[in-house]
Design a protein around this ligand. Structure first.
Ligand SMILES: Cc1cc2nc3c(=O)[nH]c(=O)nc-3n(C[C@H](O)[C@H](O)[C@H](O)COP(=O)(O)OP(=O)(O)OC[C@H]3O[C@@H](n4cnc5c(N)ncnc54)[C@H](O)[C@@H]3O)c2cc1C
Length: 304
């Protein structure tokens, strides 16, 4: 299903949503990286489409950024247009569906669902980032991932055409989705949840999930979560730990002592290049010792 662009976008003052040479470090949980050549912050669908059209007319590459909790932004900045989705954050409840714009923080979506006596997402409590980012990479914890709940996703291709996607079971991939690697922007997500009679129990369960992360020190120092995906039948963290790489340090980028798959930024001066260099050292060492080639989970953005 495709919808053509309406003429409403002509009313949009494009200069109000696009700025040049905008630092991005505050839009990444690592707090590193350079500037976007251009940054658009759309607040609704027509602005998003207009930003895409603006980039297409100038033949500029497009990069999508939301919560910035699974990216490493190049110190040399990002070429072309970065579209930051945090302004797309409206939501509503329709029966057992929680319908949210993609830039809404996942944690907020979980709170809204609980307030409406809808359950299921509590194990994802405290997971950083947006609902769209979570769907893009099928974020999750051991027992639950976001795709378990997705009823449909409205997304826009880079030509501005709007589509609705209904996932099916075979779609459920580990830390990947139908959208990963495609030129599209997830715009709105509907999650099918489970009615509950006791919202306070759900609230406690959600808070406990968040507290577990806090107790593990996940937010003590900047990171982007797991650097590598788990190889089939293995745990990347366990491999890194077994290889004796915990607390390996390169210019303040450190392999976490708590969770060896997290690379932390321990100093203000640590750059994206330092974090990347350490991750490559880890990857090469693991490959040499175990012949397993780790695939990066954290997305590299910009001029690498
Ligand atoms: C402390 C910490 C703990 C974490 N723990 C977990 C965990 O337990 N499990 C887990 O799975 N992840 C975890 N993560 C990683 C991260 O939270 C998730 O991957 C999150 O879902 C990313 O969402 P985001 O909005 O921050 O995406 P971003 O980092 O902004 O983007 C990630 C990728 O998705 C693309 N993208 C984002 N939104 C859209 C959209 N609307 N349309 C098209 N493309 C889009 C971006 O282009 C980029 O390639 C953790 C991160 C941190 C910092």
């Amino acid at each position: 299903m495709s919808t053509t662009i309406r003429n409403e976008s002509e009313k949009i003052n494009i200069d109000q949503i696009i700025r040049a040479n905008v630092p991005l470090r505050m839009h990444s949980t690592y707090r590193t990286g350079g500037a976007a050549d251009y940054l658009a912050e759309p607040g609704h669908l027509d602005e998003l489409r207009e930003a895409l059209r603006w980039a297409e007319e100038r033949n500029l590459p497009v990069t999508i950024l939301a919560g910035g909790s699974n990216v490493l932004i190049s110190d040399k900045g990002v070429e072309g247009l970065v579209i930051l989705l945090t302004g797309l954050n409206r939501h509503h409840i329709r029966g057992v569906l929680c319908v949210a714009h993609s830039g809404l923080p996942l944690d907020t979506a979980i709170n809204v669902a609980i307030e409406h006596n809808l359950s299921g997402l509590e194990p994802l409590g405290g997971l950083p980032g947006s609902i769209g980012g979570a769907v893009w990479g099928n974020a999750g914890v051991r027992e639950v991932s976001i795709m378990d709940f997705v009823e449909w996703v409205d997304y826009v291709d880079y030509g501005g055409n709007l589509f609705r996607y209904y996932p099916f079971k075979a779609d459920r991939q580990y830390r990947a989705s139908f959208f990963s690697g495609k030129e599209c922007v997830l715009y709105e997500v509907a999650l099918r949840l489970i009615p509950n009679k006791n919202s306070s129990e759900a609230r406690l369960a959600k808070e406990e999930s968040r507290n577990i992360r806090l107790r593990k020190g996940q937010f003590d120092l900047p990171s982007a979560g797991c650097m590598f995906k788990n190889p089939p039948g293995e745990s990347a963290g366990r491999l890194i730990e077994k290889t004796g790489l915990k607390q390996m340090n390169y210019h303040g980028a450190i392999v976490s002592a708590n969770h060896a798959n997290f690379i932390l930024k321990s100093s203000q001066d640590t750059t994206s290049a330092d974090i990347y260099a350490l991750s490559e050292m880890v990857r090469e060492k693991i490959e040499k010792e175990t012949s397993i080639s780790l695939e990066r989970e954290v997305q590299l953005i910009g001029r690498w």
